[in-house]
Design a binder for this molecule. Structure first.
Ligand code: PMT
Length: 212
């Protein structure tokens, strides 16, 4: 299969030296890409700025901002048979980007923020018969309910929910504890390596493709 994977954070510029971002290391998305490659799938990996090596055999498309990531997903969606949207896209960007480094003298600046594009929601308009896997990064006990809400809203076949405050789960660790949320309900997986989570996701995609 042709699998389009997004990974890592996006960075939204404040000025030429500062930005808004988040703690995503890219590990989870890179693990999905690695698992797909192990199975012989073709992978395009749209990646925000990370400091981990790309899995051998992936075609990496490096991006910085949410707008860049949306443009890359828009370009590669037509090629793909499945989209795994693991990136932690920044939800807001500074409304205005200063062309020069903002000086510290004088009053502290007040940043006005604007929403970034919702890449997955936008892609869902062109879903066709593609398999869509989203993630839901949540910080509370109701993470599966939120994942179910996002699954419907963003027209995903599967949403991988993670409570990113749980020990060993979420951002910048080697392991994750996730729940698979589908139209059929919730499957809770135990704590495992991100590579193993990636393999379970690829298993799920392959099973889903075989049913079509
Ligand atoms: O990179 P790691 O350090 O390994 O951490 C892994 C992870 C915590 C980043 C990963 O497991 C994860 O949860 N990724 C999704 C992060 C996220 O942005 O979740 P969300 O609930 O805010 O977004 C829901 C879905 O919409 C996601 O598939 C997201 O990629 C997508 N989205 C969100 C915002 C936006 N503007 N556009 C999007 O497409």
């Amino acid at each position: 299969m042709k699998i389009l994977v997004t990974a890592g954070p996006t960075r939204e510029a404040i000025d030429p030296v500062r930005y808004i971002s988040n703690r995503s290391s890219g590990r989870m998305g890179y693990a999905v890409a690695q698992a797909a490659l192990e199975r012989g799938h073709e992978v395009v990996l749209v990646s925000g700025p990370v400091s981990i090596p790309a899995p051998a055999g992936a075609r990496v498309v490096p991006v910085v901002s949410a707008a860049d990531m949306k443009a890359a997903v828009d370009v590669h969606l037509a090629w793909s048979e499945a989209l795994v949207m693991c990136a932690a896209v920044a939800d807001w960007r500074p409304k205005r980007v200063s062309a020069v480094k903002i000086k510290k003298r004088g009053a502290s600046p007040v940043l006005q923020l604007a929403r970034t594009p919702d890449i997955l929601a936008a892609a869902s308009a062109r879903k066709g018969d593609r398999i869509f896997v989203g993630f839901a990064a949540e910080t509370g006990a109701d993470f599966e309910t939120e994942a179910a809400r996002k699954r419907k809203k963003k027209r995903c076949d599967l949403v991988v929910g993670n409570d990113v405050t749980a020990p060993g789960a979420g951002f910048d660790v080697e392991t994750n504890r996730v729940s698979f949320v589908t139209v059929d309900g919730v499957e809770r997986l135990p704590l495992m390596s991100k590579l193993e989570v990636g393999r379970r996701i690829v298993d799920w995609i392959e099973r889903q493709a075989a049913l079509r």
